[in-house]
Design a protein around this ligand. Structure first.
Ligand code: WTA
Length: 676
């Protein structure tokens, strides 16, 4: 069960990125009402709130009928009789890939560009909806020939190249739930995800391009499968970098052999609205990542609705770009499903923002005439650090809507985003949601909401959220507490793969009948919601979720480490950074087996190997003791004080009160922090 923090909810939660000025948020006075020109053409209108409030399920049923094409129309909207297990549109049938691709071609939109792909090295590919239909059909036929059947799981471990989108849609086309694993995760992490989902097929590439160099992926798949994966029959390999790869005869198949030779005709498989569409693993408060699973009809409804209304998408004229990788939920909902369901033209970019130069993103905006940009605060803060003169060199006048996701955006970054990138003209939408919610939940609506820098503000039409205190009572305006969702929503997770109890425990047991999001929040005097960061043992580093316990487990799996405690310390650019405190085993210390720098480097590399480079601690501090309560619980709050160079807070509940002195003394000679 998720354990809420010991701190009173009216304080900023312990993980809140206080250094970003959020502590002053309630004094934020700036307002950015929509211009009359924008409001006049906006997709969203203010009356949607009243419409949805009058009949919430009815509102979503209307969206499901308007935005999706059903092979069998549904007659039931929401079944909440087995709460917290929801069923939406349960007697309807449809196919996700048909909705994302085929119907656009059938309705005469086949020549519209679906994807402008920009490789890191500058290579490009353009796929129209008609091209996408052929590619997805071929991939579906190839996967079927490899034995994948409706209901089988397919693991996808690919760089952000068109094949990633094609593979996801091909899975959806045959009703085989996909489980995308971010290419930055290690073989170890990949292995546990393949095993948990019992994937039948793994789709990967020889590698991708990262910071101007090929970066291999296939070896991680080989390593993961070598640990044993009885469910996996085949590995389908895209040639992207041309690096040499090891080949397992009979198991490994080249994409260009299997897919390119396959027929471009394929009939999509109709599935029930509640058929699983995908599993996506995310960090929780315990060591084992959770396989969050989403189903088809409800997920697609909210993906399409939010994409159309929050970004004000005009499919004929907009060029949309979401910078997320498909390895994260943002890439699922706002690179693959939302935009394609709505027939959008979008850009996907394989590389990093600074390859080969720090203006690369803005060059891409200029080149394709991007009109809608969706990215994370950490990227915005990085660009701020690099300086406004870099985007200033490019023509960004095509932009008309800017979005932010993944972590709280501090008002300064919000203002910079609007002013420097948006030319002081574009609405900025700060969108709060989670892997579990499937789609955006809290966000201003451009053209409707007078935006406040730093606040996600209001639940979307059809969504019910609140901020409650420890006793599940809604806090008054001006108060703080825990964010909860009070009514079921179409794209809600349907559970944790293979673990219904954990689903109930994690999300539904903290407050009876309410979904506990794990975030701290405040309501301002207008009742607008401000997100303050996680209140559990989940960190948010560059908008990526990491679990403190997962990194602790990785550290103690190293033979040098006796005990470890990990905290998320405020970081100016990445929101939070991983700081680890470790107790080394006595033989390592006594034998002087390693100096501090070696310890630091060895353990950082070890964490990267166990989880992935994103989980590498920024800093590892070797200590003699860890602060624990009398019941043996590590007091991370005190360690966070140390990591953030603050006066150490109340330590009266420590079993041994001298521990913090010992730690502080040890830090008089700190181990040098190294940054990547
Ligand atoms: C955080 C990403 C503040 C939050 C879509 C949430 C945010 C977690 C925002 C989910 C936002 C996401 N303002 N915090 N606009 N968006 N978060 O599952 O802590 O990777 O619980 O989904 O990110 O992260 P996840």
């Amino acid at each position: 069960m998720t354990e809420p923090s010991a701190a009173p909810p009216t304080d900023a939660p312990p993980n809140s990125p206080g250094a970003h000025g959020l502590e002053n948020l309630l004094s934020e006075e700036r307002r950015f009402p929509p211009s009359s020109e924008f409001a006049a053409q906006a997709n969203a209108t203010a009356d949607a709130y009243a419409w949805a409030n009058a009949d919430r399920p009815g509102f979503w049923a209307d969206q499901a009928r308007d935005l999706l094409t059903w092979s069998t129309p549904f007659t039931q909207t929401l079944d909440w009789s087995d709460a917290p297990f929801a069923r939406w549109f349960a007697d309807g049938r449809l196919n996700a890939a048909y909705n994302a691709v085929d119907r656009h071609v059938e309705e005469g939109r086949g020549d519209r560009v679906a994807l402008h792909f920009e490789g890191e090295g500058g290579d490009t590919r353009t796929l129209t909806y008609a091209d996408l239909l052929r590619e997805v059909s071929r991939a579906a036929n190839a996967m079927t020939a490899l034995g994948v059947r409706t209901g089988d799981r397919v693991a996808i471990y690919l760089p952000l190249i068109p094949e990633a989108v094609v593979t996801m849609l091909a899975c959806a086309r045959i009703g085989a739930p996909h489980s995308v694993v971010f290419g930055g995760f290690s073989a170890e992490a990949l292995s546990s995800r393949i095993l948990d989902a019992e994937a039948k097929l793994v789709v990967t590439a020889d590698g991708g391009f990262r910071r101007g160099k090929p970066s291999a992926l296939k070896p991680a798949v080989d390593e993961a499968l070598a640990k044993g994966a009885p469910s996996v029959a085949h590995v389908l390999v895209v040639r992207r970098t041309g690096q040499p790869v090891e080949w397992t005869q009979g198991r490994d198949v080249w994409w260009h052999d299997a897919v390119e030779a396959a027929s471009p005709e394929h009939t999509p498989v109709d599935v029930d609205a509640e058929h699983p569409l995908f599993i996506l693993y995310t960090s929780g408060t315990t060591g084992k990542p959770k396989g969050i699973f989403h189903t088809t009809g409800g997920y697609l409804t909210q993906a399409a609705y939010t994409h159309l209304n929050v970004f004000d998408l005009k499919p004929e004229t907009d060029v949309y770009w979401c910078t997320a990788d498909v390895g994260w939920i943002t890439g699922h909902t706002y690179v693959v499903y939302g935009p394609l369901l709505n027939g959008a033209t979008q850009v996907i970019y394989e590389g990093t923002p600074d390859t080969p130069h720090r203006g690369r993103w803005w060059e891409i905006v200029q080149k394709y005439g991007v009109t809608i940009l969706y990215t994370a605060p950490t990227a915005i803060r990085t660009c701020m650090k690099w300086g406004a003169e870099i985007p200033g060199k490019f023509d960004l006048s095509s932009l008309r809507v800017l979005g932010s996701v993944g972590e709280p955006i501090n008002p300064e970054a919000w203002m910079w985003y609007r002013r420097v990138i948006g030319g002081d003209r574009t609405p900025v939408v700060d969108t709060w949601w989670q892997t579990e919610t499937g789609a955006i939940m809290i966000s201003p609506l451009p053209g409707v909401t007078a935006a406040k820098p730093g606040s996600a503000q209001v639940p979307l039409p059809g969504i019910a959220a609140d901020v409650v205190d420890d006793d599940a009572q809604p806090v008054p305006n001006g108060g703080g507490g825990y964010l909860v969702l009070t009514e079921p929503w179409p794209s809600m997770l349907r559970g944790i793969w293979g673990d219904p109890e954990r689903y109930k425990d994690t999300y539904w047991s903290r407050f009876a009948g309410l979904y506990f999001a794990g975030d701290g929040a405040k309501k301002d005097d207008d009742g607008d919601i401000w997100l303050l960061g996680r209140v559990d043992d989940v960190m948010n580093v560059s908008g990526h979720r990491l679990s403190t316990t997962e990194i602790e487990s990785a550290l103690v799996s190293h033979p040098w480490v006796a005990e470890a405690a990990v905290v998320g310390a405020t970081d100016e650019t990445t929101g939070q950074a991983v700081v680890a405190f470790v107790i080394l085993r006595s033989d390592v210390v006594e034998g002087n087996a390693a100096d501090a720098a070696t310890v630091q480097e060895t353990l950082r590399t070890h964490v990267a190997k166990e989880i992935g480079p994103i989980a590498k601690p920024r800093q590892i501090l070797v200590v003699a003791e860890l602060p624990k309560t009398r019941s043996g619980k590590i007091m991370r709050r005190l360690l966070r004080d140390v990591a953030e160079n603050r006066q150490v807070g109340d330590s009266t509940t420590l079993a041994d009160s001298s521990v913090m002195d010992l730690i502080a003394q040890g830090l008089a000679t700190p181990v040098a922090a190294s940054e990547d």
